[in-house]
Design a protein around this ligand. Structure first.
Ligand SMILES: CC(C)(COP(=O)(O)OP(=O)(O)OC[C@H]1O[C@@H](n2cnc3c(N)ncnc32)[C@H](O)[C@@H]1OP(=O)(O)O)[C@@H](O)C(=O)NCCC(=O)NCCS
Length: 174
């Protein structure tokens, strides 16, 4: 696998995170409409220090599993898979987000399709999955457009910002 792989999409590029992405990362990540749909590890407010820490760790991850979504030369989102071991060694969670300025242009769907292909091609995986918070129909739609299938509704599986809600489990199995 090339070390500094870039994946070209029609209106974005996926590439490894790198030093210099901090400013655009804060611009696009510091948004409650983004963080509300993600794990608590993605903070709000999203500070310059958060961006530095993320880029420091994400830029070193090899094999390459974490990509910046670059739009108009700005790191405006992220997408990646979490490789597991033990009994889940062939199953990976996939996660993604995009800055609100670029929503509704099909970018997340294209990125999800491309990284799903990348993951199946480069790792011994047979399953990619994503839990979607029940209040996030846009992400459920992105997964459906990328071929993921709804496996079930996990009742009261998520507690976010003091609210306990259901999630939908989507998966792509090969
Ligand atoms: C979810 C997210 C990644 C979508 O990114 P995007 O680039 O706008 O997605 P796309 O343009 O590829 O597709 C969005 C789809 O959702 C649909 N959509 C948007 N808002 C919707 C809503 N409230 N209800 C139903 N569908 C909705 C759009 O119409 C579009 O579907 P279409 O092509 O059939 O019209 C982006 O909004 C985001 O980063 N949100 C915050 C973080 C997040 O939710 N991450 C995923 C966690 S599982």
């Amino acid at each position: 696998m090339p070390k500094n792989l870039e994946i070209e999409l029609s209106s974005a590029v996926l590439r490894p995170w790198k030093k210099g992405d901090e400013k655009s990362l804060v611009t696009h990540a510091n948004n409650r409409k983004v963080s509300i749909n993600l794990r608590d590890g993605f903070p709000y407010p999203y500070s310059a220090k958060d961006a530095q820490e993320w880029i420091k760790s994400a830029s070193k991850i090899r094999p390459l599993t974490m990509f910046a979504i670059v739009v108009n030369d700005q790191a405006a989102g992220g997408i990646g898979i979490h490789l597991r071991n033990d009994v889940e060694q062939r199953s990976s969670e996939i996660g993604y987000w995009l800055g609100e300025a670029y929503w509704g242009q099909g970018i997340a769907t294209e990125a999800l399709k491309a990284v799903s292909e990348y993951a199946f091609k480069n790792f011994d995986l047979c399953r990619l999955y994503a839990p979607v918070f029940a209040w996030n129909p846009a992400s459920a739609r992105v997964l459906e457009k990328a071929g993921y299938k709804l496996e079930g509704r996990l009742k009261k599986s998520i507690t976010k910002d003091g609210k306990t809600i259901d999630s939908f489990l989507y998966a792509l199995v090969r």
